[in-house]
Design a protein around this ligand. Sequence first.
Ligand SMILES: *Cc1c(COP(=O)(O)O)cnc(C)c1O
Length: 432
Amino acid sequence: MNAHYCLTCLESGAELSDETLPLRNPDAKAPALLRTRYHQTRFTPGPPDLGIYRFSDWLPIRRTLAGSCSPITFRSEALASHLGLSQLLITFCGYWPERGARMLTGTFKECEAYSVCARMWANDDRVLVVASAGNTARAFIRVCSDNGIPLVVVVPQRNLPAVWSIGPVAPCVRVIAAAGDSDYSDAIALAAIISDLPGFVAEGGARNVARRDGMATTVLSAVDTTGEIPAHYFQAVGSGTGAIAAWEANLRLIDSGDYGDRKMRLHLSQNAPFAPIHDSWMNRSRDLVPIDEDDARRRIALIGAKVLANREPPYGLRGGLYDALADTGGTTGVVDNETAAAAANLFERLEGVDLEPAAAVAVAHLKAAVEAGQIGASEAVMLNVTGGGYRRIAAELDRRAIAPTCVIERDTFRPDAVSRIMTELFARRTYA
Ligand SMILES: *Cc1c(COP(=O)(O)O)cnc(C)c1O
């Protein structure tokens, strides 16, 4: 199934076969992303019952997995008329059964998990290692548990309330908590140590093409619904991987020859007072603003949308966020907790579903952009509602907390110590 694409290095232009590559760009410090090139250049989605794999022509996968759901897109009436927009498309990931959305972990991180895990060979016995603030953890736990894929997810201990599952979790999944006041970046650091050990493989984040192309299905869903590329794209960003993916989907649709050559303006929002992507783009600089560790910790503690707290977004590298914003005439914005909460209430009242805090940031940004006159009333706007429906999940489904398999202190984040802990952990066949 892997012959349907190859990879292009955005630095050298070289074409690579994906046969033997690791999940991320082999050169972890490479100044450029790899990008997939699919032999099928036309956009020909399959039927909805294939879940995310209805877009498998444009996913770098070797198999399909059980239990996936595609993003859904509909034309908003209530929010659209409230904002005075005639073409507002809401692309939704999460749990909203009436609309056909059944992502049981509540966010668009499922799109990447079903793509990343399907890119791995079925007989790959390495343990996949993923760092997460919570949403990615739930998504990978679900895919790996349901499909028997060995997984270690690393989350900050204080984000553990966000780590839950619907129904039991299979023993092939282990949750490791970075102790105390560790944040997402500490989880990333610990995950990097684990994935360097023999027998483990790093998921790779934005550098994993399957992650980006999985997230690109949000845009594919929108274009499948309307038959055209929207003029504007709104999303709350932490790493910005989803936004890079949206831009890449756009380029792919242009290359198909069937959708014209419009580039959606990316409108990317962050949660004050932690907004390094916004701050960097305000400077119109390819360099990310310097981030002081203590200052970042303090700011991250204050934001409501914890998934937007990424201190190392793929910003300046070739094919990254800076290029995506520059190529699309993009903008960035910043939204405080109160404004996001008000937007969440507005959205729930008008559209009828509760929002993940990050998705509320995007709604608030859209509202502010409309009020500032940045969006024409009749332009097609795609609002990427990256997560929602938690209330219904909690009320209707068998939601269970997941206890960590072990908790590791920050002063133990050393290869020798972590190696000992992992050896001990994997000597036990199951956890509980
Ligand atoms: C991860 C996440 C985001 C941010 O996505 P990035 O690709 O990291 O920028 C936004 N909303 C939700 C609900 C998320 O889980």
